[in-house]
Design a protein around this ligand. Structure first.
Ligand code: FUB
Length: 330
């Protein structure tokens, strides 16, 4: 499978259908001398481009709409514009993005635009109560919008293991120091309903995304690295079922879990993608022209350089029970 975009390195693709076209909101990877480490310092991105295409035929052109937001345009940001997402509501487009603030703590910001291809103007402060990385927005059929987020290790989620609010941040947990060992349950991603203007969490506040093991009905164990949430949250809905999908990080799988509501609890359902070339794996799932598509990335174009990734797309399928499968069922 060939990369969709070859003139830049792009990663963490969040795809949405707006105005009948597929719009892709990826990270923009760049060269750096920063050495690879568990903190992800080598992912030193400084701006966002938006891409669109009218067709997912491999020959169809993908348009680069250029730079839509840069570090220097966002008053609260110091560095590292990581995986973004976008949403449409109220006749406006919202770009959600994680970045380190001036104290080096990851927060999530939002920028607003009139068009899906931007440009976007960032709010002067991060979303109140936000933390960690990898925002994914989901606007439900009833118009309610939700933000899912979180990522371990470099994404700092483990610094919030004593609670759900931003004020419990404990920098002594920086690094690969998430809960582990006998009896420990995996930390969940975080989620919160957004206010009608899409700029804040609603008064419900931030909640944990709980994933249950189907064989026990209990929470996935912290040591179950093949199934536990690590980063790269995504939400999609099909036939009334909410699919929460994510990366398992150090075991490099994309997995999913399902629930009857956007709040969960979710029950683990299986893998969507096996490990690709490169440490990270990240994705989005979108329906376009009656078919379902998995956008993801790998490092083939850069010859395996972990922080120089490229966006790809492949079709996915569902069996009669709603399980995600790689091959079209007979
Ligand atoms: O692109 C930087 C980080 O790498 C993302 O935030 C993670 O999901 C991983 O893909």
């Amino acid at each position: 499978m060939a990369p969709l975009i070859t003139h830049l390195y792009t990663a963490d693709p969040s795809a949405h259908v707006f105005e009948g076209k597929v719009y892709i909101y990826p990270s923009h990877d760049r060269e750096t001398d920063i050495q690879f480490n568990d903190n992800g310092d080598q992912y030193d991105m400084a701006d966002y481009h938006v891409f669109s295409t009218e067709s997912l035929d491999p020959q169809a052109p993908v348009i680069d709409h250029g730079v839509v937001l840069r570090t220097e345009d966002i008053p609260w940001v110091s560095k590292q514009l990581w995986a973004p997402d976008a949403a449409y509501k109220n006749g406006k487009y919202y770009l959600y993005f994680p970045a380190r603030d001036k104290q080096n703590v990851f927060r999530i910001g939002v920028a607003v635009g009139e068009r899906p291809e931007g440009p976007f103007t960032a709010e002067p402060e991060p979303i109140a109560g936000s933390y960690s990385i990898d925002p994914a927005t989901f606007v439900d059929d009833d118009g309610e919008a939700y933000l899912y987020f979180g990522g371990l290790w470099g994404g700092q989620l483990q610094c919030y293991q004593s609670g759900l609010t931003a004020d419990v941040y404990d920098e002594s947990f920086l690094g690969p120091k998430e809960p582990c060992g006998e009896g420990a349950v995996a930390m969940g991603a975080r989620m919160g309903k957004l206010t009608p203007d899409m700029l804040q969490f609603s008064e419900e506040g931030v909640k944990e995304v709980v994933i249950l093991a189907p064989e026990t009905g209990e929470r996935i164990a912290a040591d179950d690295h093949d199934r536990r949430f690590f980063e790269a949250a995504w939400m999609h809905k099909r036939d009334g079922v909410y699919y929460f999908s994510y990366s398992t990080g150090d075991t490099h799988y994309l997995c999913y879990a399902t629930a009857k509501t956007p709040y969960g609890p979710f029950t683990y359902g299986g893998r969507i993608l096996e490990p690709v070339l490169g440490w990270t794996t990240h994705h989005s799932i979108v329906e376009f022209q009656g078919r379902w598509w998995l956008f993801h990335h790998d490092c083939e174009l850069s010859g395996g350089v972990n922080h120089l990734r490229s966006v790809k797309v492949k079709e996915i399928f569902y069996d009669a029970d709603g399980k995600i499968v790689a091959v079209k069922p007979e």
